[in-house]
Design a binder for this molecule. Structure first.
Ligand SMILES: Nc1ncnc2c1ncn2[C@@H]1O[C@H](COP(=O)(O)OP(=O)(O)OP(=O)(O)O)[C@@H](O)[C@H]1O
Length: 446
C-alpha cells in the first residue's frame, strides 16, 4: 500500500467516526486512519506510524477489540475507548479489556471531551478550548482570512441590523448566512434562503410577499410569501443584485417599516425578520448604472461581510480537501484516503475560480475515480493546461472574467442553454464545455 507523508500525529480510529469527529480531529492536528471491523486485514494497513488508537465499542465491541489487537500487533500504544451509555448489557470480555484503556469516554461526547482525552492519552498538557477554537467552528478553515471572517460572524450575529455578504461564487456566502442565523437569538426560528436570480420575474413579488386569491390570473388561492413564512427568523436574499426594481421598492419599504402587503391586499402585516443579502456582483456599480436602488443599497449595507476567495485562504485548501474527502467516505466506501504530495502541490497552485464549491466537486469526483489510496493530480483533473497560467494574476483574472460572463449570460437566459448560446454567439456545445470547465452545474443553478 502506498503511503502519504503528511504532517500531524497519526491516530487509528477503530469503528466509524462521525463527520464532526473526523473533521474535529483534523482541526486538532490529527491524521486519522479509519479501521473498520469487518473489512479484513486491509483495515490495519498503514498504521505503523500511529501514536494512538481510538476504539469505538458502541457496536460490535468484540470485533472492534479483535481489530485493536491486530493494529497494536504487540506494540504498546495507548488507546482510548468510547463506550455506550448503557454499559450494563456489555460483554464481560469487553469490560476486562477496558481496564487497559488509557482513557474511557462515555459516548456520545463532544469534540472538546474527545480532544482532551486524546491529548491526555499521549501525555500532552490539556489546553482548554480557546475563543479562537470556538471561532473556528463557525466556518471551516484555519487561515488568517477565515479567522477574521469567523470573528466578524460572531460579532454580527446578535446585532439586529441588515447585513450584506459579498464574495465570488462558491466562497460560502450562504454558509456564512446560516452561521449568522444559527448564532443569533433567532437561531431556532425559520431560516429562508431565496435565490433572487432564480425567481421568475413575474412572480418575484408574490414569492417574497405573498398574494391574495384572485389578485392576478392564476392566483387561485391565497399564498403566504417567504417573508411572512419566516416570521421571527431570518431571510437570506442571495444574488440580491438580480432583484427587479419594483421588488426592490417593496423590499426597501419593508426594511423601513417592518410591514408588508400581500399582492391584492391593502392590509399591512407586521413581520419580524432579519434580512441578510448576498451578492457576487459589484452592487456599487449596479447603483451607478441605475440597476439597483441607491437607498436600498445603503439600507442593506449597514454591516458588511466579505467572503475571501479560496486562493487567498492559504493553508485552508488542504484542510478543506481532506474534510470533503472524509465526509464523502462517510457515505461511499472509496479507496482514496488522502492526497499525494503532487496533488497537494497542484491544489495549492490552482486559482480555484469556483472556490470552495469547485474544490468540493473536484475532490468528490477524484474520490470516485482514484485507483489508489492516494488521490493524484490526474484524479483531480489538475494537470498541464489546468495549472498553466492560473497562478499568475492575469491568468486567474481571465478565468474569473470568463466564468462571470458565462454566469451572467446564463442568468439572463433563465439558464436556458440554447438562449445563452445564441446571446454569446457560440454553439450549445461550447456553453456546456464552459459550464463543465467552470464547475457550473446547470441543474443546481436552475
Ligand atoms: N468553509 C466551508 N466548509 C465546508 N464547506 C463549505 C465551506 N464554504 C463553502 N462550503 C461548501 O461550498 C459550497 C458552496 O457554498 P455556498 O453555497 O455557501 O457558496 P455561495 O458563495 O453562497 O455560492 P453562490 O454565490 O454560487 O450562491 C456549499 O456546498 C458549501 O457547503
Amino acid at each position: 500500500m502506498s503511503r502519504e507523508v503528511v504532517s500531524g500525529r497519526c491516530v487509528v480510529w477503530i469503528g466509524r467516526p462521525s463527520a464532526e469527529e473526523h473533521f474535529g480531529l483534523i482541526r486538532a492536528g490529527w491524521r486519522t486512519l479509519v479501521a473498520e471491523p469487518g473489512r479484513g486485514d486491509a483495515e490495519t494497513n498503514g498504521c505503523s506510524d500511529a501514536v494512538l488508537v481510538v476504539v469505538d465499542l458502541r457496536s460490535a465491541a468484540v470485533e472492534a477489540l479483535a481489530v485493536l489487537d491486530r493494529v497494536l500487533d504487540g506494540r504498546s500504544l495507548p488507546w482510548v475507548a468510547i463506550v455506550g451509555v448503557h454499559r450494563s448489557r456489555s460483554d464481560p470480555r469487553v469490560d476486562r479489556r477496558l481496564t487497559e484503556a488509557a482513557e474511557l469516554i462515555v459516548g456520545p461526547a463532544g469534540m472538546a471531551v474527545l480532544n482532551q482525552a486524546l491529548a491526555r492519552a499521549i501525555g500532552l498538557a490539556v489546553v482548554p478550548p480557546t475563543a479562537d477554537d470556538e471561532q473556528l467552528a463557525v466556518m471551516t478553515g484555519s487561515s488568517p482570512a477565515i479567522h477574521a471572517l469567523s470573528r466578524n460572524v460572531r460579532k454580527f450575529a446578535p446585532v439586529e441590523l441588515p447585513l450584506l455578504i459579498t464574495g465570488e461564487t462558491g466562497t460560502g456566502k450562504e454558509m456564512a448566512a446560516r452561521a449568522l442565523h444559527r448564532l443569533s437569538p433567532r437561531g431556532n426560528r425559520p431560516f429562508a434562503a431565496i435565490n433572487c436570480g432564480a425567481l421568475p420575474a413575474n412572480l418575484v413579488q408574490s414569492e417574497l410577499f405573498g398574494h391574495e386569491r384572485g389578485s392576478f390570473t392564476g392566483a387561485t388561492a391565497r399564498r403566504i410569501g417567504h417573508f411572512e413564512a419566516a416570521d421571527g427568523g431570518t431571510v437570506f436574499l442571495d444574488e440580491i443584485g438580480d432583484l427587479p426594481l419594483d421588488a426592490q421598492t417593496n423590499l426597501l419599504r419593508f426594511l423601513q417599516e417592518g410591514t408588508l402587503e400581500r399582492i391584492g391586499s391593502c392590509q399591512s402585516i407586521h413581520v419580524d425578520v432579519r434580512v441578510l443579502a448576498a451578492t457576487h456582483v459589484d452592487l456599487e456599480k449596479a447603483v451607478s448604472q441605475g440597476r439597483f436602488r441607491e437607498d436600498l443599497f445603503y439600507r442593506l449595507n449597514v454591516l458588511r461581510l466579505r467572503m475571501p476567495p479560496l486562493r487567498e485562504r492559504t493553508g485552508d485548501i488542504e484542510l478543506l480537501a481532506q474534510h470533503f474527502l472524509e465526509t464523502f467516505r462517510e457515505s461511499y466506501g472509496t479507496r482514496a484516503r488522502a492526497f499525494s504530495s503532487n496533488a497537494r502541490r497542484a491544489m495549492n497552485a490552482f486559482s480555484w475560480p469556483g472556490n470552495v464549491r469547485e474544490l468540493m466537486n473536484r475532490v468528490q469526483r477524484a474520490a470516485v475515480v482514484a485507483d489508489d489510496a492516494l488521490i493524484t493530480p490526474e484524479d483531480l483533473e489538475l494537470t498541464g493546461e489546468q495549472l498553466t497560467g492560473t497562478n499568475d494574476s492575469l491568468g486567474s483574472a481571465r478565468i474569473s472574467a470568463e466564468r462571470e460572463a458565462i454566469m451572467d449570460c446564463l442568468r439572463a437566459s433563465a439558464f436556458n442553454v440554447s438562449e445563452c448560446a445564441r446571446r454569446l454567439r457560440v454553439s450549445r456545445v461550447t456553453v456546456y464545455r464552459l459550464c463543465k470547465k467552470h464547475q457550473l452545474t446547470l441543474d443546481q443553478l436552475r
